[in-house]
Design a binder for this molecule. Structure first.
Ligand SMILES: Nc1ncnc2c1ncn2[C@@H]1O[C@H](COP(=O)(O)OP(=O)(O)OP(=O)(O)O)[C@@H](O)[C@H]1O
Length: 694
């Protein structure tokens, strides 16, 4: 509770030890946490001066008896007492004009109580004092007594027991003010207490009502704001929990009042850390919502008395961020069904099927040979779905080593592994929240990732690498493969349960050679796209149609890129690299040697160039060696001697981008090398971090 060093001592002196005990008890219950109280009857008062204050039950006792027995300089207060609201209601229920005895143990006390009722405004009844030693008493058959029922004479047949008088708020305020203890805890007690009594001072009554009103007003105002507000005291007990907070935690005020603020947050797997530390806008997941939480500590008179947590629904912030993210990372579908060029009846049927699938939220598995347009379909399905304004995240599952793909898909927590980025990293599933994730080459994922993926699909929750918190995600999955998944399932290479989850809806894209009618249309389309003359096709078309296009539409597009570049009307099919057509000859070379744009953007120095060659070798499943690098560099128009390659390779190795093994493994990329080549980090970063980038 409130930190107290050396509590103040207060003596209470009353006419009888019974009254002294009653007053002392009441004060201990109210403010025993801040002040020590000691009760005395006027007879037992030992004139001790070691008290910071002396409270006396009535003015009469003080004047008659005690004044000389209290040392000069002692702070003295005469206690003002009043009635509980319930007792007052009893008095006010007595019919107008009723004559009653006021029964008490002493004349003084009986008269004081009558005076109190008059002061409070009970002018509708007639009261005469009654006490055991009274001589002549009117024969009234009704009586009021403050807890002295045993003294009521037999003639009385109706008794209104108004209970012990209680201490008035004005006296309590005087005590607290004297000791500079009118802090918020004490004010709260006063505010609750004053609701249960009839205060004697009209002024205090109005002030207290004002305080209560202000508190209510504050509560109502805080209930109207959209942000959650939670206040708590130094023990972590929740003292305020507004409507927005109730909605976020799906918890009522009554439930919250039973909990500490820490356990409330633990229920949603959030550790609030050191309660006396302030923080701003930390992003947390509370039930279904992403919430920005800030903590402010409350201090009074230099002591921390509690804190306030504000919870801002991140929806708004999130949407802004999302838009930024979508634009900066390109997590947007780039194609729609309108971009699909086809005249084939079979393909048109597939398009119709896909359009239907777009309107559902079920997982889709797209099957087809490489280059048939599976990714194009995935974009189009997302674009036509209700998720179109949310991210479309495409991942090629075969392009990354297992552990890297795992951290890309699910993200990682800070410190999950050596070199993990500070603050951790969100995974692609998290980034695709509310949108679609396209898992290309799904047939290539490892058994470990298959089971992790299955869990995400089943539970719709993601566990980051090195993390303990499950993050709810709402993502539609579209997967694609050119591999025979059914066979893989039969051979035990692909989990059957995952397979069935992925192929709820299935789309089969026919290879280009089975819809040759699309070749003229697609060829013209690709030339137009590059601003080239469609007449370039005149001499070529017949042989293009004859070709079997094992690389499918992608191969055709590459061929058209060459045709457009050459812009030669006399070009024949055999001039197109990798494309030779002739009777019985089918040759397909679909070897992409593109340098990723992010590497092109960087300074074209030899280090970067060689690193890219290693990356290309790795992603196409080949090993890179010094000699092959020299050869490939030459093919790309860069003349570089083996000695220089050796030097660069050594530099890249010491900087941590590559590993060189003497055996058949040759040169391979490290994780940081992969990150660099994927554009996640810059070369200069390595020097700063001395480890992994990304
Ligand atoms: N019907 C089509 N109309 C227009 N362009 C197409 C069509 N089909 C495919 N393409 C284009 O062909 C190229 C290859 O298509 P896509 O990448 O979608 O194939 P894929 O089946 O996903 O290939 P992979 O299996 O190798 O990932 C892309 O540039 C795509 O835009």
């Amino acid at each position: 509770m409130f930190p107290i060093k050396g509590k103040k001592k207060v003596a209470i002196i009353a006419g009888s030890s019974k009254t002294a005990a009653a007053i002392t008890n009441q004060l201990v219950v109210l403010f025993g946490a801040f002040i020590e109280f000691y009760g005395f009857s006027q007879k037992s008062w030992n004139n001790d001066s070691n008290y910071d204050m002396v409270l006396i039950s009535t003015q009469t006792i003080f004047t008659r008896e005690l004044a000389p027995k209290i040392k000069p300089g002692t702070v003295i207060l005469i206690i003002r007492r009043t009635l509980l609201r319930t007792s007052w209601e009893k008095v006010m229920s007595i019919p107008v004009g009723t004559k009653l005895l006021m029964v008490n143990d002493e004349k003084d006390s009986a008269e004081e109580t009558i005076a109190l009722l008059r002061e409070l405004g009970a002018g509708h009844i007639e009261l005469v004092p009654y006490y055991p030693k009274i001589q002549n008493c009117p024969p009234y058959t009704s009586a009021i007594t403050p807890g002295e029922g045993q003294l009521v004479p037999d003639i009385v047949n109706r008794v209104f027991d108004i209970g012990e008088r209680v201490i008035d708020v004005s006296t309590l305020v005087d005590i607290l003010t004297q000791f500079n203890l009118l802090h918020s805890d004490a004010r709260d007690i006063l505010s609750v207490y004053s609701e249960s009594i009839i205060t004697r001072s009209q002024g205090i009554q109005i002030t207290m009502q004002g305080l209560i009103h202000a508190k209510l007003l504050l509560q109502q105002t805080l209930d109207m704001v959209q942000d959650g507000v939670i206040a708590y005291d130094l023990n972590g007990k929740i003292t305020f929990f507004n409507t927005a907070a109730q909605a976020l935690f799906e918890c009522t005020v009554q439930e919250a009042n039973q909990l500490s603020v820490r356990s409330l947050f633990e229920r949603v797997r959030i550790d609030l850390g050191v309660m006396t530390e302030e923080f701003n806008d930390s992003l947390f997941q509370i039930k279904k919502h992403k919430v920005l939480v800030s903590r402010q500590v409350i201090e009074e008179n230099g002591h921390i008395t509690g804190g306030v947590l504000t919870l801002k629904a991140a929806r708004h912030v999130e949407e802004q961020e999302l838009k930024l993210r979508l634009h900066s990372k390109g997590y947007q579908a780039k194609f729609s069904f309108a971009d699909l060029v086809t005249t084939s009846i079979r393909m048109k049927r597939v398009v119709e099927q896909a359009e239907k699938m777009a309107s559902s939220d079920l997982a889709v598995l797209i099957l087809g040979e490489s280059g048939t347009g599976k990714e194009l379909f995935a974009h189009a399905i997302h674009q036509a779905s209700t998720r179109s304004s949310f991210p479309f995240v495409a991942v090629n599952c075969s392009s990354l080593p297992d552990n890297l793909l795992e951290s890309e898909l699910f993200g990682y927590e800070e410190g999950a592994f050596t070199g993990a980025r500070k603050g951790g990293k969100p995974g692609l599933f998290e980034q695709a929240h509310k949108g679609t994730i396209f898992l290309d080459e799904i047939g290539d994922i490892s058994p470990n990732l298959q089971s992790r993926l299955l869990r995400v699909l089943q539970q719709k929750e993601v566990l980051k690498v090195g993390g303990t918190r499950l993050l709810p995600v709402d993502v539609r999955v579209i997967a694609a493969t050119n591999r025979d998944l059914t066979r893989m399932v039969n051979e035990g290479a692909f989990r059957a349960d995952l397979y069935y989850r992925l192929k709820v809806l299935q789309l089969l894209i026919p290879p280009l050679r089975e819809r040759k009618e699309d070749i003229p249309l697609l060829s013209a389309h690709f030339l137009r796209k590059r601003g080239a003359d469609e007449k370039l096709l005149e001499t070529l078309l017949a042989s293009l149609v004859k070709h079997d296009w094992h690389g499918n539409v992608r191969e055709l597009e590459n061929a058209m890129e060459y045709v457009a570049f050459m812009n030669d009307h006399n070009l024949s099919a055999k001039d197109i690299p990798g494309l030779e057509v002739g009777p019985g000859v089918e040759k397909v070379v679909v070897q992409s040697n593109e340098i990723p744009p992010q590497l092109y953007r960087a300074a074209p120095n030899n280090e970067r160039f060689l690193l890219n060659l290693i990356y290309l070798a790795k992603t196409s499943g080949k090993n890179a060696g010094r000699r092959s690098l020299v050869e490939q560099a030459r093919q790309n128009g860069i003349v570089i001697h083996e000695t220089e390659v050796r030097k660069i390779v050594e530099k890249l190795r010491t900087e941590g981008w590559i590993e060189v093994s003497t055996g058949r493994g040759g040169i391979t990329l490290t994780e940081s090398g992969y990150h660099l080549c994927c554009g996640n980090t810059e070369m200069g970063e390595l020097g700063e971090t001395g480890g992994m980038g990304g």
